[in-house]
Design a protein around this ligand. Structure first.
Ligand SMILES: NC(=O)c1ccc[n+]([C@@H]2O[C@H](COP(=O)([O-])OP(=O)(O)OC[C@H]3O[C@@H](n4cnc5c(N)ncnc54)[C@H](OP(=O)(O)O)[C@@H]3O)[C@@H](O)[C@H]2O)c1
Length: 248
């Protein structure tokens, strides 16, 4: 059976680059996201084959249907799941409503928990699997006005360690990446007019020990490493991919 990877948030940014990276390395890819047109554009760049799983992650019924459809396709064995989809809504202690906390919780943590709970028995039955969770440097070291996002990204790191402990005996690995600032549509600066954007990026670059912010491909390379057998003896790890910003 051909090996396959499920990537959530594959319609944009880091998830799109990750899907293309797995496909370059021979994986069939299941592309999960909401925007069908963008998912289809990514699929065209995945030469090893791709299936679109368009889905609102907070709709548990729809998510279950997509996951079950995927697990019932017997021509591919899903070996890797990348929990990448996420939202980022900065806000202050006093400004962050329950609704904002709930949105971050549902999308950034509960949906990955649901996906992993559903896939665990499948991985056990098929002799193992590899989970890569996309956290953030803010999950390690928060900054002001990111309370909900940072707290849930921190929870993701801790949860990954539990998965590693429970999954180990079943050859299920779980690891985490913690990206720094990466130029994707999740940031408001991404859509700025070109001159303004160049100015903003160069300001941000000057704060980074490696002198630039990240690209989706920078993160995709590390996700591929942790998802694939290249990291066969690594589990429970959190890998910072942040140009050294956490050291600065
Ligand atoms: N960019 C950074 O600086 C940075 C730094 C650290 C960590 N991260 C993390 O990296 C991950 C990817 O972010 P990105 O920067 O690549 O952002 P992005 O370009 O905005 O991509 C976010 C992806 O998540 C999907 N998504 C969001 N909410 C969803 C929902 N409710 N249901 C289904 N899909 C949903 C989006 O799907 P649609 O577009 O189809 O709706 C999109 O594919 C996130 O977990 C983010 O927290 C990013």
């Amino acid at each position: 059976m051909k090996k396959a990877a499920l990537i959530t948030g594959a319609s944009s940014g880091i998830g799109a680059a990750t899907a293309i990276e797995f496909a370059k390395n021979g994986y069939f890819v299941y592309l999960m996201g909401r925007d069908k047109d963008r998912l289809a554009e990514v699929a065209l760049q995945c030469r090893s084959g791709a299936t679109l799983l368009s889905c609102e992650l907070t709709d548990t019924k729809a998510l279950d249907k997509r996951l079950n459809d995927m697990m019932n396709i017997n021509i591919h064995r899903v070996e890797v799941v990348v929990n990448n989809a996420g939202i980022y809504k900065p806000g202050s202690v006093e400004g962050d409503t329950d609704e904002i906390w709930s949105q971050h919780f549902q999308t950034n943590l509960l949906a990955p928990v649901h996906i992993v709970r559903t896939l665990f028995p499948y991985f056990k039955k098929h002799g193992g699997g590899s989970i890569v969770n996309v956290s953030s440097t803010l999950g390690v070291s928060p900054v002001a006005n990111t309370g909900a996002y940072s707290a849930l990204k921190a929870a993701m790191i801790n949860w990954t360690q539990t998965l590693a402990l429970e999954g180990g005996p079943h050859k299920i690995r779980a690891n985490c990446v913690c990206p720094g600032i990466v130029d994707t549509p999740i940031h408001s600066f991404h859509g700025l007019p070109e001159t303004e954007k160049t100015k903003t990026l160069s300001q941000m670059a000057s704060l980074q020990p490696l002198g630039r912010i990240g690209t989706p491909q920078d993160v995709a390379n590390s996700i591929y490493f942790l998802g694939s057998d290249l990291s066969a003896w690594t589990t429970g790890a959190s890998l910072s991919i942040d140009g050294g910003i956490n050291l600065a």
